[in-house]
Design a protein around this ligand. Structure first.
Ligand code: PMP
Length: 525
């Protein structure tokens, strides 16, 4: 112990970070790239900044606005409260510590209901206060809702009643996983000012690395927290990116919720004790050393005395874990599903592409017409595509359109891998009312594009028509294929639509495993 450091309570255990994938791989003689992490409770794919990074990084010599007005206003509008009710911090973790600093000290105690998030105990003890399970007389009651690690959700009205029953206590409701549960105590703060709600950008927003969280409290309580807040613990770029994310949230939890139900059902069928969860994770109650067994196979879950917590990842990755847990799923990581992330000073984007999909698209580029065209491309290609982009659209749409198509080409190329055993050629003639598109593709690595789109005016769907052709050329080059595409007609909108539909159809054929035949067009719009 360093001389002068204040003594810590007997048995104090600091926050312990999980070992890195490199360490885990070395420990079990595995390759680091084969380690799958189900232990971080973060989404499998990163959030995409909605502000041009060049702007965010242009003034690194300046301190951020230490009042975080922009971020507080964005959080306030996201939560439908007043900005005076928002306190920001470097992650919900810093706000947990701030609550402890504000309301705890020697002679006070704080109540927890284990198993729960371990930081509540740590910050309580660091303030010299005592951790108890009996809520009577506690200065702070820590509630994690939904609870990490069990996923249990308590009704907000029940928590407000708890706060009323313990009027002398501050009830901190940690809603780190709120978006997956869609139940919040925020509207109850007005009538019950002893409630403080904590939120984070680390979970559903996929921005954990930025370290941004915020508290929502009654104005007087927020003011008390503000008095004790660190001067400017959230960096300027992090605050800007987080504010943009909160202002226009791009949250889609449907896939995660569907996976949560599917994974839980599979675990229950295999005889596991898996309670209902309202988070982006499931919990398996067990006394067995399940976590260690899985880790030896490169599957990392979070161990607790009561069981293991499994963060949901992409369906195929979850299948690998489910197979290891004795469920009846076909675990095949096909290799035709890829994730591409591209960040430049002008645009940021993220793509998940599965060549063997069902035609589902979630495309949000900030350019409605481009989203529409790519959704058609995905549908007619029979792919699955999730594509999020944020770019300097206030300059113009050029960078975003070009970068999106180029990165999509990269994704196709990566997904095709060695390009063995595929049909290679594909072609389609697609009419769209009076317009017609004709396309031929060759997937052998001879990047070449002949794109002839005949439009009647300079712009279609708000996009410069020359840009569309240019971006399709980039797509061909990055995908490493030949594309010959012509489209013409009386209605520019139809010309563009026919072109993207036809390209999807032709790629579908060309990507098909040889001999498998081509996709039926029955029922396609
Ligand atoms: N609260 C809970 C319940 C959590 O599980 C986590 C993630 N470990 C946090 C807070 C931390 O959130 P942040 O990344 O915002 O510090």
């Amino acid at each position: 112990m360093s001389p002068g450091a204040l003594p810590l309570p007997a048995g104090f255990r600091p926050y312990a970070w999980a070992p890195s994938s490199l360490e885990i791989a070395a420990r079990h003689g595995l390759r680091p790239e084969h380690i799958l992490r189900f232990d971080q409770n973060t989404p499998p794919l990163p959030g995409v900044p909605r502000v041009p990074l060049a702007q965010s990084f242009a003034r690194l010599n300046d301190y951020p606005d230490g009042t975080y007005r922009e971020l507080r206003e964005a959080a306030a509008s996201y939560c439908d409260v007043d900005a005076s009710q928002i306190v920001v911090g470097a992650g919900a973790d810093e706000l947990i510590a701030l609550c402890a600093r504000t309301f705890l000290g020697p002679g006070r105690c704080a109540a927890i209901s284990p198993p729960t998030y371990g930081l509540y105990r740590i910050v309580t003890e660091l303030e010299g206060a005592e951790v108890v399970e009996d809520r009577d007389g506690a200065a702070v009651i820590w509630v994690c809702n939904p609870n990490n690690p069990t996923g249990e959700l308590r009704e907000p009205t029940e928590l407000a009643a708890l706060a009323r029953a313990h009027a002398e206590a501050i009830v901190v409701v940690d809603e780190a996983y709120f978006e997956f549960a869609d139940a919040t105590c925020v509207p109850l703060i007005a009538e019950q000012p002893s409630l403080i709600v904590l939120r984070t950008l680390s979970k559903v927003f996929g921005l954990a690395s930025l370290r941004v969280g915020y508290a929502i409290a009654a104005p007087d309580v927020a003011a008390e927290l503000e008095l004790r807040r660190a001067p400017a613990s959230v960096s300027g770029p992090a605050a800007r990116i987080a504010a943009a994310a909160l202002r226009e949230p791009r949250i889609d939890v449907q896939d995660t919720l569907a996976e949560r139900a599917r994974v839980r059902d599979a675990l229950l069928s295999a005889g596991h004790d898996c309670p209902e969860s309202a988070g982006n994770f499931v919990f398996v109650r067990t006394a067995e050393p399940l976590g260690e067994q899985l880790e030896r196979q490169g599957l990392v879950v979070r161990h607790f005395a009561e069981g293991v917590r499994i963060t949901l990842r992409r369906p195929r990755e979850n299948d690998v874990l489910l197979a290891a847990l004795g469920t009846e799923v076909d675990a095949v990581l096909t290799g035709r599903e890829v994730h591409v992330a591209r960040i430049s000073t002008e645009t940021a984007l993220r793509i998940s592409l599965d060549l063997d999909g069902a035609g589902h698209a979630r495309v949000e580029t900030g350019i409605g017409f481009l989203d529409h065209l790519l959704a058609l491309w995905t549908f007619h290609g029979g792919f699955d595509l999730e594509l999020l982009a944020g770019g300097d659209l206030e300059v113009d749409e050029h960078h975003t359109v070009e970068d999106v198509l180029a990165a999509l080409g990269d994704a196709v190329s990566e997904a095709l891998g060695a390009r063995e055993g595929i049909a290679r050629y594909g072609s389609a003639i697609v009419p769209m009312d009076e317009a017609t598109a004709t396309v031929a593709v060759d997937l052998v690595r001879r990047p070449h594009a002949e794109i002839a789109l005949q439009f009647g005016s300079d712009r279609v769907g708000g996009l410069a028509v020359t840009l569309l052709a240019h971006a399709l050329e980039r797509f061909a080059i990055q995908a490493g294929c030949t594309i010959q595409l012509t489209a013409a007609g009386g209605d520019d909108h139809h010309v563009a639509e026919a072109a993207f539909k036809a390209l999807g159809q032709a790629l579908r054929q060309a990507c098909t495993a040889a001999g498998e035949g081509v996709r039926s067009t029955k029922g396609l719009a």
